[in-house]
Design a protein around this ligand. Structure first.
Ligand SMILES: [Zn+2]
Length: 59
């Protein structure tokens, strides 16, 4: 599979020292806090793509 989602920061301690976990797809481990976690793509939202930068269409 070519899908790849690489986290930049550990969601638990915020460290950047992340390495792929051998558990499998989307699994990462943090060398700083010693946690392993997994990223999972849940699917697209039904409401479609929206920009949250505040410069979009006013509803
Ligand atoms: Zn961490």
């Amino acid at each position: 599979m070519s899908e790849r989602a690489a986290p930049f920061y550990c969601p638990y301690c915020g460290d950047e020292d992340l390495r792929p976990n051998e558990t499998g797809h989307g699994a990462w481990e943090c060398a700083s806090c010693n946690r392993a976690f997994q990223l999972k793509f849940l699917g697209l939202l039904t409401r479609g793509v929206q920009r949250s930068d505040g410069e979009g269409d006013a509803i």
